[in-house]
Design a binder for this molecule. Structure first.
Ligand SMILES: [Zn+2]
Ligand SMILES: [Zn+2]
Length: 239
């Protein structure tokens, strides 16, 4: 059955977007495409997990400045947000390549799973998308990632724990301070029948950290003790 489905809906390599070859596949990518991924190295920022150019540094410039005000505890990302990731995340979000999320969720479990298990996470919470956008796209990319990652490590996913509020102010018309305020009002707790202590927020990308902090602030205010995040990619310096 799965072979027939594969003929109808071939699984595509997230890097080149071609159906996967029969041989020479690595972790759901063509072997050569896998080699084009830039994994964040061991030399990471202690807070956001961004790769650091300076080997002696502990924090990236953003976290050195603002890190103590962050609501989340720590984060990890799989890859640097380079050209390869920019293109594939675009297809993942806007061109219906849902399967990319399954491939990346498994790869994140393989490469970052140990750290997540050590942290004792008892739930994964995907960043929710606005209902209108969800309707247009057909799926929430963060939820696809979270499910794939959670299945691989046997950690439950709570995709209704946080909901997106109806939010009509377009971000582009706002100042940075107003944007943060707007984001803080963008999420609400949607599920009260489960008690979580250590959670992982899952998203496709971390750029300024504003979304992550808004969600983590809400979760902490709700009594969750430790909040971590995981993303497929993390952007460079942003402030
Ligand atoms: Zn490929
Ligand atoms: Zn950092």
């Amino acid at each position: 059955m799965s072979q027939i489905l594969n003929l109808l809906y071939p699984t595509r390599c997230p890097v080149c977007d071609r159906p996967l070859p029969l041989v020479g596949v690595r972790e759901g990518f063509c072997e050569t495409c896998y080699g084009k991924l830039h994994f964040v190295t061991k030399n990471r920022c202690m807070i956001c997990g961004r790769g650091l150019a300076d080997r002696g540094a502990e924090y990236c410039p953003d976290c050195a400045k603002y890190g103590k005000h962050y609501a989340y505890d720590r984060g990890l990302a799989l890859c640097d947000y380079d050209e390869v990731m920019r293109n594939l995340i675009y297809r993942f979000k806007y061109e219906g390549r849902r399967e990319y999320g399954e491939v990346f969720g498994r790869l994140m479990a393989k490469r970052l799973g140990k750290a997540v298990l050590r942290a004792g996470a008892d739930g994964i919470i995907p960043v929710p998308v606005h209902p209108k956008r969800l309707h247009r796209r057909g799926y929430n990319q963060a939820k696809v990632l979270a499910k794939s990652f959670g299945d691989a490590l046997d950690i439950p996913v709570y995709d209704r724990f946080v909901e997106r509020c109806e939010n009509t102010i377009p971000m582009k018309n706002l100042s940075p301070a107003e944007r943060q305020k707007n984001l803080e009002n963008a999420f609400k707790i949607g599920q009260n029948d489960v008690k979580l202590n250590v959670t992982i927020i899952m998203d496709d990308i971390y750029t300024t950290g504003a979304t992550m902090n808004a969600m983590a602030g809400l979760l902490k205010a709700h009594g969750i003790k430790r909040v971590y995040f995981l993303t497929m990619a993390i952007g460079g310096e942003v402030f």
